[in-house]
Design a binder for this molecule. Structure first.
Ligand SMILES: [Fe+2]
Length: 294
C-alpha cells in the first residue's frame, strides 16, 4: 500500500514552542506533523496559519480522537472535516492510534489500550478501512504505550498483525513506544519486529522519555532519543522502506534548537536511502498475507 508514497525525509512534530526554531532553521526540518484536532473546526486565522506552515514544509495530520477502538464508528462530521483538512494541505497520508479515547459518548481523555482479541482487531480494521476510504489517502496506525497489561489472547505484535491482516492501512511504528513497552512488559523487540508486517511501516516516531524510581519507563517526549531507540531505527531501516521519520518533543524544550536539528539529522542519516530491494523482499510476509499487501 505504500510503494507509491513519497519519502518525506526527517521531520518534527510541530509545537508552538518550536515555531521560531523551525522558521530559523531553513531546510533542516524536512516536514512537519501537525495535531489534527488543533485544526479541525478551527477559526479562519488558525487555518490560515496552517496554510502558511504548509508553504514551507510538507504536512501530515496526526490525530488523537479518531478512537477506532470505540464501539461506535467515528463521527461522520469528524471524518468529513478530516478529509477536507487532508485535501487542503495535500497530505500524502494521515495518522492516528491503535486505541480508544472515547467510550460511547464519554471522552476518556487519554490514549487507552484495547483488549487484544481477534474480534477487536477486526472491528478496528473495519473502521480504519472505512475512514481511509472516505478520506482518500492512506491512514497509518500508531502503537501506543500502556502501563497495565491485563491478560489478553494476543500479544501486542499479534494484535497489530491481525489489524493489518484485515485492512489496507499502514503502520506508524513509534520506536520509543516499542522500546518502553518491551521494557515495562518484558518482551523481546526482535520477536515483535518479526511478527508485525514490516512492509506496512510507512513512518516512525522517535522521542525520549523518563524512568520512574521503580524502573517503569514513561513516554513523556521530554528528552533526547535514547541510544536503544537509535539502534531500533537502524535495525528497522535495514528491513523496511521507511517513508518518513518524525521527532516528537513536547516539553523540556532545549534552549538551543540545534539540539533538535542534530537529532533530525541523525534520523535522516540512520535511515539513509533505505534497504536494498532483496532485503525488503526477505522481510516481507508470505504471499497472500494481508489484503493490503503491495
Ligand atoms: Fe508517537
Amino acid at each position: 500500500m505504500s510503494a507509491h508514497l513519497p519519502h518525506l525525509g526527517s521531520g518534527l512534530g510541530y509545537r508552538r514552542e518550536l515555531a521560531d526554531g523551525i522558521a530559523a532553521s531553513g531546510t533542516a526540518v524536512d516536514w512537519l506533523e501537525v495535531i489534527t484536532e488543533h485544526y479541525l473546526f478551527a477559526p479562519a486565522d488558525t487555518r490560515q496559519a496552517l496554510r502558511e506552515l504548509r508553504s514551507g514544509h510538507p504536512l501530515v495530520p496526526h490525530g488523537l480522537e479518531l478512537s477506532l477502538g470505540s464501539p461506535r464508528p467515528p463521527d461522520p462530521r469528524y471524518v468529513t472535516a478530516l478529509a477536507e483538512l487532508v485535501q487542503e494541505i495535500e497530505a500524502p497520508w494521515f495518522s492516528d492510534h491503535l486505541c480508544f479515547t472515547r467510550s460511547d459518548t464519554v471522552s476518556v481523555g487519554t490514549l487507552t489500550p484495547l483488549p487484544r482479541s481477534r474480534a477487536v482487531a477486526r472491528d478496528v480494521a473495519r473502521r480504519a478501512q472505512r475512514v481511509q476510504d472516505e478520506v482518500g489517502v492512506p491512514l497509518i496506525l500508531e502503537n501506543i504505550t500502556y502501563h497495565i497489561d491485563l491478560p489478553n489472547p494476543l500479544s501486542e505484535a499479534e494484535f497489530i498483525a491481525e489489524v493489518m491482516e484485515h485492512c489496507a492501512c499502514g503502520l506508524l511504528l513509534d520506536l520509543t513506544n516499542l522500546d518502553i513497552n518491551s521494557r515495562n512488559h518484558h518482551y523481546d523487540v526482535g520477536d515483535f519486529l518479526d511478527t508485525i508486517p514490516l512492509e506496512r511501516v510507512v513512518q516512525v516516531h522517535l522521542a525520549g522519555g523518563t524512568q520512574d524510581p521503580d524502573g517503569t519507563a514513561r513516554d513523556t517526549h521530554s528528552a533526547p532519543v535514547p541510544e536503544r531507540v537509535w539502534g531500533l531505527l537502524a535495525e528497522l531501516s535495514a528491513r523496511a522502506d521507511i517513508k518518513a521519520t518524525l521527532l516528537e518533543r513536547d516539553q523540556d524544550f532545549p534552549e538551543d534548537f540545534t539540539e533538535i536539528t542534530a537529532e533530525i539529522d541523525r534520523a535522516r542519516d540512520t535511515v539513509g536511502p533505505g534497504p536494498a530491494p532483496a532485503a525488503r523482499r526477505a522481510a516481507a510476509p508470505a504471499p497472500g498475507r494481508g489484503r493490503g499487501a503491495r
